[in-house]
Design a protein around this ligand. Structure first.
Ligand code: AMP
Ligand code: MG
Length: 401
């Protein structure tokens, strides 16, 4: 296959995102904070509270008005613990105060307890220079009521959920889960827990992808294993198209005789593109079956992993309204030579050792162990040769989930 017939990774991502724009999910639902992780915020989260709600002490110490301080010791007129509403400070006195407690009206400074002398009669001598506002966290320092804290389209992780909790929210409005029908194809596949006949292998893609889909906020509809039979394939797709926002399949999209999924899509559906300038993952196939988008990942586990992580993931985030779907990446030095330029963009399983990318020794697309060994993918652009010490882009796995 000449390079000109292969679609570039950029073009494929652009086509998928254009498709996602049309398929954007409109419905939302309130979800309790404890279950909202990995979901996408449907509306802006607007602060109802100033944070902090009142000026409070950053230290255990003594609150006073700097104007009252002459160098003479001050009497302690009240104790203010976190969680109480203080009286106004009596002029000419100080208040014992603890971290997080409201600073009383009339005080404009907190001195830490380590810097004072407590006299036998209980009065307090301030021994260090004092300044206005010292050790006081002002009202609204973090945010003010009315401010947009998180914009619609934000993926919710522990930080975002804690920000919502700090406003007193019990629930957040999130985009409904995309329903993804997951289908494994191949006469050779058996599910774990069933006997393995000669010539067969266990289905690993289903486990890989169902966990990954859940981590991206999706509801998985398990379509099971489909044999390599065009008629059964067509019937199954017809059945799933009414239940799902996306049909996601593995296997059956390369050029072999048994690869009937691509064939059925071309005959009964609307293929948008297949054959990508990517390695592993060239047979990735995208289109519509009826009105339902379909992404056909190649069957080799690492090909499925790379194409799901770099392409299908972006699609699934974008239909939920996430703007920035580009995974985190950065340039690293490589510790290997790449003497032969390829005509496809290559993604190699690699580990970072002292900032340098080291390759897993077996880069076969059938080997899943390399993905577990690795920290992420090194990207080798098409048409490039590289030498040890050169730089290449690295995409860590941790940002892909
Ligand atoms: P295919 O894309 O159908 O030609 O499959 C390519 C390779 O991936 C073959 O060696 C298949 O046996 C293997 N394969 C396909 N589907 C799966 C799966 N669900 N789990 C593990 N290996 C698979
Ligand atoms: Mg197959």
């Amino acid at each position: 296959m000449s390079r000109s017939l292969l679609m570039s990774v950029e073009e494929a991502i652009a086509a998928l995102l254009a498709m996602a724009q049309v398929q954007r999910l409109q419905d939302s639902e309130p979800v309790v904070l404890g279950e909202a992780r990995q979901r996408v915020l449907a509306n802006d989260l607007i602060a109802t509270l100033d944070l902090p709600p009142w000026p409070n002490s950053a230290m255990d110490g003594y609150a006073l008005n700097v104007g009252d301080w002459t160098g003479e010791p001050l009497a302690v007129s009240q104790q203010i613990f976190a969680g109480v509403a203080p009286e106004a400070l009596l002029p000419g006195t100080c208040a014992r105060i603890f971290t997080g407690a409201p600073v009383p009206a009339g005080a404009n400074c907190v001195e830490m307890q380590e810097n004072v002398q407590v006299l036998e009669d209980g009065r307090v001598r301030f021994t260090q220079p004092l300044s206005v506002s010292q050790n006081i966290r002002p009202q609204g320092q973090e945010n003010q009521a009315g401010q947009v804290l998180l914009a619609a389209g934000k993926r919710l992780g522990p930080f975002e959920l804690a920000i919502a909790a700090a406003q007193g929210c019990t629930h957040v409005p999130v985009v409904r889960r995309p329903r993804v029908a997951l289908l494994s194809t191949g006469d050779e596949l058996a599910e774990p827990g069933t006997p393995l006949k000669p010539g067969c292998i266990y289905n690993s893609n289903r486990t890989l992808l169902s966990h990954w889909l859940s981590a991206l906020g999706c509801e998985v509809i398990d379509g099971g294993i489909l044999p390599d039979q065009p008629q059964r394939t067509r019937l199954k797709l017809e059945q799933l198209q009414h239940a799902a926002d996306l049909i996601l399949t593995t296997g059956g999209v390369s050029a072999g005789d048994a690869d009937c999924l691509g064939q059925v899509l071309r005959e009964c559906g609307k293929p948008l593109f297949w054959k990508l300038a990517i390695k592993p993952g060239k047979p990735l196939t995208v289109g519509y079956f009826g009105n339902v988008p379909m992404i056909g990942l190649p069957g080799n586990p690492t090909s499925a992993l790379v194409t799901f992580g770099l392409l299908a993931r972006a699609y699934l985030l974008r239909i939920q309204g996430v703007e920035d779907v580009t995974p985190l990446s950065f340039m690293v030095n490589i510790s290997f030579d790449w003497p032969k330029a390829g005509n496809r963009r290559e993604y190699l399983r690699a580990r970072l050792e002292e900032g340098k990318a080291v390759l897993y020794p077996n880069q076969s697309s059938g080997v899943l162990l390399g993905a577990s060994w690795a920290d992420g993918l090194v990207e080798i652009p098409e048409g490039h040769t590289l030498q040890a010490g050169d730089t290449a882009r690295f995409i860590p796995f941790c940002d892909l989930f």
